[in-house]
Structure formats: C-alpha cells, structure tokens
Design a protein around this ligand. Structure first.
Ligand code: BYC
Length: 470
C-alpha cells in the first residue's frame, strides 16, 4: 500500500519529490487552480468550516479522514490506486501484453483527448453548482454539496497530473485550458453538452448527481480498464470518491419522493396544484426533471455507431466497465443489432460500444426508480416514475434532433414541440422549483420540500452542525 505524503505542498502518493521538474510544473499550476477555485468555486462560503472527508490513503478500508476544513485549505492532491502486479492489457488487439507505463507515440493525441475530456467535466460541475449553497435545504445537504465540489476539484488534479507527467508541453497547455473554459461560457464553453447546462436548483443537483455522476462512474470504469496504467490507477481511486456523489443523488431524490408522499397523505390528494401550494414537488414535476437530466446524460456516451469507440477499444485505450465479466475481449467477430431512425441495423460490435455502455448505464439507472416506485406503491398511489427512452430528446448520435416522445415513439415535429413542456420542465415549472429553494441553515432542520436523511455523515447525528458559517 502506498502512503500519501501530506508534508509536501501538493499531497501525493506518486513520489513527486523525486521528479523536480514535474513538481515545479505542478506547483506552478497550483496557484492557478486556487485562483480558479476562488473565482469559479462555491460563492461566499470560502470562510465556512465544513465537515469534509479528505483522502489520506488509497487503501480500500479507511481511506479518508473527516474534520472541519475551510474549503480553500482542502488538501487537493494526487492519489493513484496501488499498481496491480503483472497487469496485462485486458482487451483489444494487444490483449495480454504488458500494460504501458508511458504513452505510446501513436496514441498520444487520442489519449490526451480522452484525459482532457474527462478532466473538463470536473471543474465544469463545480462551476455549474457554484450558487447552490445560497439555497441549501439543510446544513447536511450544504456539506454534501461542498464535499462533492472539493472532490471534483481533486478529480481535476488527477487528470492534470497525467497531462503534466506524460504529455509534456502540450499537456501543460491543456491543463491551463482546463481552467480557462467555463460552463455555459459563450466563447469558451465546456466540452460536453451536459456540463454547460445550468444547475440552479437542488432538484437539478440531485438529478445531476443521480444521472450525470453515474455516467462518470461508467466512463471512469471504462478508463480504469485502460492499458495506460497511470490512467487506470487514477480512475480506480476516483471511483472510490465518486460513489458518494451518486449516493447524494439517489438519497436526495428518495427524500423528495418521501416528502411528497407525506404531503399527499396529509392533504388526501394527488392534485399537483395542491401539492405545489403546500410547498412540495408533485411526482409529475419530478418526472419532468428525470426526463431532462436522463436524456441529457445519455448524450454523454457519444454516438451509437462510433469509429472512435472502436479504435479506442481495439487499441487498448478504453475498455468496457468491468471488462473481465465478458468472455470476448477482442470483439473482432461479433456484431450488435440496434435500432436507428431508418430501422434495425447490424453493426460490428466494436463500433457499437457506446451503445452497449449506454444500455448497461440505463439498467443501473433503473435501480433508484424501482426503489422510488416501491415507496409510491406502498403509499397506495398508481403513479409510476419511468426513465425516458434513449431516443428521446437526443442531441448526439443517430437519434439527434428526431422528434420522439419519452416512450420512444416517433411523432411529428409539431406534436413534439407542442408537448415538450409536458415532458421536461417548463419555465413555469422551473420558477416554481426555484420558489421552493429557500435556504435552511438551522442544524437538523430541513426545507419543506425534502424529508430528512436516514442518517448523518460518518455516524454523526443529523442535527450536527456540518457547516459553520462565518
Ligand atoms: N457533447 O464517436 P462519438 C464525469 C463528440 S462524466 C459534446 O460520437 P466518442 C462527471 C466527441 O467528443 C464522464 N460533444 O463519441 C460527472 C467527438 O468529438 P471529436 C466524463 C460530444 O468519441 C459529474 C465527436 O462528438 N468522461 O466524469 O466515442 C460530475 C464524435 O464522437 C458529445 C468522459 O466522457 C457530447 N455529449 O465518445 C463531474 C470520458 N458526445 O473528438 C464529472 C472521456 C460526443 O471528434 N470521453 N461528442 O472532436 C470519452 O470517452 C468520449 O470522448 C465520449 C464520446 C464518451 C465523450
């Protein structure tokens, strides 16, 4: 097990002190990162004491320590999972050969592009969420938001380390660019569409952490299979932190459903207008938010038929999540049947890997919905939450721009446009949700639209003062 050196300016378990050039380059980038955090990170909470977990080892048991920290003092560092002994390439044409400790020249630009795309999402999400602290439903939630934010900052460090350590001058330039693009910026937006969507209310945050962080899980798992070993090791450790982000999404949405069901019981009605008048989120409104964020996140898997995904797999750069669960790791002779707007197509499996991953992602997304639907059923209501079809509201791939309803049925453009505000949040819906976002900062108290969590953080009571505002 490699331990983390916290005495250094940049905590790390990669022996940074032995590579003075790299250390200097990263120490040069560090103040730029801190400047970015000050400018683009959570607004107005930099002096607050936040009960945060900080990574102290990459050991699966007890990898983190908890304590009150002011966010700008968080020890962002570089932590790679321990190397796996005798690891060989696990898929593609170079299957079985030793993994790479350096970047092969022929894959340099593709790997850099993958790392930059991954890296770009991390600060983007912090930027998207920067104003949310002002409307937190509780101190517990506020702390979770900040935990996610500092860890996304650390994930940026993880990718910047790879860029600096393995991609020379181009890598250093890319690291600067990661701080120069901004979510939603007209001139220099973030690379992937979802990361330019505003997240201005907590219902969106919970949907984002449920759906978009789950894409993160799938992408990180597929990069953790990479033959480029430092990338694999980095992603393996990032996944440990990522689990909490999805937990925030899943439990956040469960708590919204729970509270709504309580209000429905109290009022003896399922009338959305009355539920809203009582300050809760009616289930139809929640469905619209699910439709919005799920469809947006489905685009993050890329096109259904992709020569990039085929080359990335064949060359050992990016595998499938949990590659070892499959029998065939080369995929030169299998095909995949998929539906496109022009009918059923049979395509080489290698070109269909984005779709394969999207399908297993959707199955994973179903888990939360089953739980929420059980709660609704037990409360005696017929309403069921559903995931939208993967053809609905797509901007990338074969279904991009196709008028399709949330069940996946092709419809006319007019019908689509007429009904869209029934399927995703309308301006009026968003205005209503924003009206619920009143900040609650009394320890243990929750906003009216959300139930308390089942338990606090790290065995502390829910009433613990997770954030001390200054
Ligand atoms: N928006 O063959 P295609 C996370 C581009 S989330 C804009 O269709 P490919 C997190 C694509 O870049 C995980 N552009 O797809 C979550 C390509 O452009 P170039 C992030 C898009 O390449 C919450 C062109 O279209 N990690 O960690 O097979 C909080 C054709 O590409 C989009 C990664 O994504 C889009 N939605 O797959 C914080 C992993 N989709 O290169 C963090 C790294 C596609 O021709 N990235 N394009 O100019 C990748 O593996 C791949 O780039 C993608 C696309 C999966 C994104």
């Amino acid at each position: 097990m490699s331990s983390i050196n916290y005495a250094e300016k940049i905590p790390n378990n990669v022996n940074l002190a032995t590579d003075r050039t790299l250390q200097r380059a990263l120490e040069h980038w560090q103040p730029h990162f801190l400047q970015w955090w000050g400018d683009m990170g959570p607004t107005d909470f930099q002096k607050a004491d936040v009960y945060l977990r900080t990574a102290v080892s990459v050991d699966a048991d007890g990898w983190a320590q908890y304590g009150a920290v002011k966010m700008p003092d968080y020890r962002w560092g570089i932590f790679l999972a321990d190397p796996a002994a005798n690891r060989g390439v696990g898929f593609g044409d170079a299957m079985g050969q030793p993994v790479w400790q350096q970047v092969p020249g022929e894959y340099r630009s593709t790997l850099r592009r993958l790392i930059v795309t991954q890296g770009d999402t991390e600060p983007a999400s912090v930027e998207q969420q920067r104003l949310l602290g002002h409307s937190c439903p509780s101190l517990y939630d506020l702390r979770n938001l900040f935990q996610i934010n500092v860890e996304e900052g650390r994930h940026l460090w993880a990718m910047v380390y790879l860029l600096h350590a393995y991609f020379g001058r181009d890598g250093r330039e890319e690291a600067e660019e990661l701080l120069a693009r901004h979510s939603g910026d007209g001139d220099k937006p973030r690379i992937l569409t979802t990361f330019n969507e505003p997240i201005s209310d907590w219902l969106s945050l919970f949907c984002f952490t449920y759906f978009t962080d789950r894409d993160g899980k799938y992408q990180l798992k597929s990069l953790a299979e990479s033959a480029f070993d430092p990338l694999s090791r980095t992603c393996r450790f990032m996944l440990t932190e990522e689990a909490h982000h999805m937990f925030v999404g899943e439990t956040g949405l469960s708590r919204v459903v729970k509270r709504t069901l309580e209000v429905m019981k109290e009022l003896g009605t399922d009338d959305p207008a009355r539920i809203r008048a009582h300050g809760a989120v009616d289930l139809g409104l929640l469905q619209k938010y699910l439709n919005f964020w799920c469809s947006s996140s489905l685009d993050l898997f890329g096109s259904e038929i992709s020569s990039n995904s085929a080359a990335n797999f064949a060359n050992g750069l990016k595998g499938r999540p949990d590659e070892s669960q499959y029998d065939d790791h080369v995929l030169r002779s299998s095909t995949f049947k998929m539906q496109s707007p022009s009918g059923t197509e049979e395509v080489p499996m290698l070109n269909a890997l984005n779709e394969v991953m999207r399908e297993s992602y959707l199955k994973d997304c179903e888990i939360g919905l089953k739980r929420w639907n059980r709660m609704i059923e037990r409360a005696g209501h017929a309403f069921r939450l559903t995931l939208p079809s993967s053809r609905f509201r797509r901007s990338i791939g074969a279904w991009a721009g196709q008028p399709v309803d949330p069940e996946g049925k092709a419809i006319s453009k007019e019908e689509y446009e007429k009904n869209l505000s029934q399927w995703i949040p309308s301006q009026a819906d968003r205005t209503f949700v924003h009206s619920l976002m009143q900040r609650v900062i009394e320890p243990g108290r929750m906003a009216r639209w959300i139930a308390p969590p089942e338990r606090g953080i790290n065995n502390l009571p829910i009433e613990h003062q997770y954030v001390k505002l200054q």
